[in-house]
Design a protein around this ligand. Sequence first.
Ligand code: GLY
Length: 389
Amino acid sequence: MPITTDTPTATTCFDQPLSQALAQVRRLRDEFPEGFPHGWTQDNRYVDRDLYGFPPGANVGWTTGFWTGLLWVAFELADDAACKASAAQHVGSFATRIRDRVNVDHHDMGFLYTPSCVAAWKLTADPLARSAALDAADWLLQRYWPQAGIIQAWGDLTDPEQRGRIIIDCLLNLPLLFWASNASGNEAYREAARSHLVKSRDFLVRKDASSFHTYHFDVATGAPLRGSTAQGAADDSCWARGQAWGIYGFALNHRFAPDLGLLAVARRQADYFLARLPANGVAYWDLAYGDGSGEPWDSSASAIAACGLIELASHLPASEGEHYRLEALRILAGLAQHCDGTGTGSNALLLHGVYSKPHGKGIDEASLWGDYFYLEALARATRGWQGHW
Ligand code: GLY
């Protein structure tokens, strides 16, 4: 069945995009059997990771977990032995990274360690993967400010610019803390995650269900100060990927904290996102923009939102969830039709993303997170796969 945004109801019509995506992961694995690709493409092609003066292909930055995660999904869904071997070999690199505190001055321990090491632990029972993921959760806990009840996103804890600043992306880092509590019996991880969720729910999400990218707290008094942006168009606009992190993040964390009202927040954020989504299902990089704006798409926002809509639907009664499941399929159809990298000369899965428009980075390029969540959404839609969050 050809894919169009008018015929999104049959999940079987995503079998072909899924197998094309898995084949693309395998080809990318053959290009990068050991090291890590850069987090986003240059002219739609991944090259060796090159960040902060580390050697090419080093395990640095916030996105390497997605590369390992792509390899694990290819192993799980296609039984690909080469992808499994590369992913398993990455575990040592993640263990060394957290042990030696290499470029971990930030909160992205969940992005790094859930798709890589938690997945490895669940799939292969590698004890090194388990201990590395627990070390990463410990490190994340160090960033918790108890008075404010929040986990600081970026930078050194003494940095006055960043002290007490949270970002909506962090919602995807929190499942690592819930996993760590369950794995270790230490409730401190869960308590920090729950507190951070409450603050995110109450301050990152505005009354109209749009979101601030970031919010600042006074860590001494705990007072909420102000919302702001880093990657959105304006402090009071709604960065598309941030809204998508909210949809997926609140819906996922509802798994672990069903008493916090997170599902209702995810649903309101989904309604806001869907009301501003172009007919083709591909979001512009900030929801202030629509067709005719001349602004670039951020396909990764749509891929993350599709995962979130599927997760949201799974927690709702079927009569209410079906709407969100169908919207997820509509988005996936649009991504497959307009953004598929396979057969284009690109070595990526999902074209037309944006890393950060205000910073001039990765504009109209593919990214490891866009590719990862596109594959995750395809796997969830077609196979009922639930991920390792
Ligand atoms: N977590 C960083 C980003 O979404 O760009």
